[in-house]
Design a protein around this ligand. Structure first.
Ligand code: HEM
Length: 137
């Protein structure tokens, strides 16, 4: 489907149970068909109908499965205009901080693996050289 660009004003018009859009991370989703299926109930979706639901959605800590469902409801992206509500930040605070630490941890771990691997390879090379030298002697 071609990506539509709607303004916040356009999205705000879709704010009923029978016509329900919401914005998450600047992407517009049509949750109309999903309202009755939402495991978290229809109330919470109606609360954010026609609005930016990024915070509400992220606060719940939705699963990957929920994010896949979201992908299927995508209708377009928000075209921001002056005076529109600010984009809600992606995962913030603790989540972002822990993600960063995890990233750093992985980096160090990766270095260690490369270093140890290199040392082993070097050791094996030296050993083989010595073996060869001993054989040729
Ligand atoms: C179209 C957007 C949304 C989709 C596709 C969606 C999808 C889902 C799914 C699949 C679950 C089951 C648990 C999981 O897989 O994480 C869930 C649970 C839940 N959702 Fe949503 N959700 C949406 C928006 C929202 C919003 C805006 C709120 C607002 C607070 C919300 C509140 C909840 C809550 C409270 C639960 C937990 C229900 C429970 O465990 O009893 N959801 N959602």
């Amino acid at each position: 489907m071609a990506t539509k660009e709607l303004t916040f004003q356009d999205v705000a018009e879709h704010n009923t149970k029978k016509d329900l859009y919401m914005v998450i991370h600047d992407v517009i989703y049509d949750a109309t068909k999903f309202v009755d299926e939402h495991p978290g109930g229809e109330e919470v979706l109606l609360d954010v109908a026609g609005q930016d639901a990024t915070e509400a959605f992220e606060d719940v800590g939705h699963s990957d499965e929920a994010r896949e469902t979201l992908e299927q409801l995508k209708v377009g992206i928000v075209k921001r205009k002056a005076g529109d509500p600010k984009p809600k930040a992606a995962p913030t605070g603790a989540v972002a901080a822990s993600a960063q630490t995890e990233g750093a941890g992985l980096g160090v771990g990766l270095y260690a693996v490369v270093l140890v691997g290199g040392l082993i390879a070097y050791g094996a090379y030296q050993y083989l050289q010595q073996q060869q030298a001993a054989q040729n002697a």
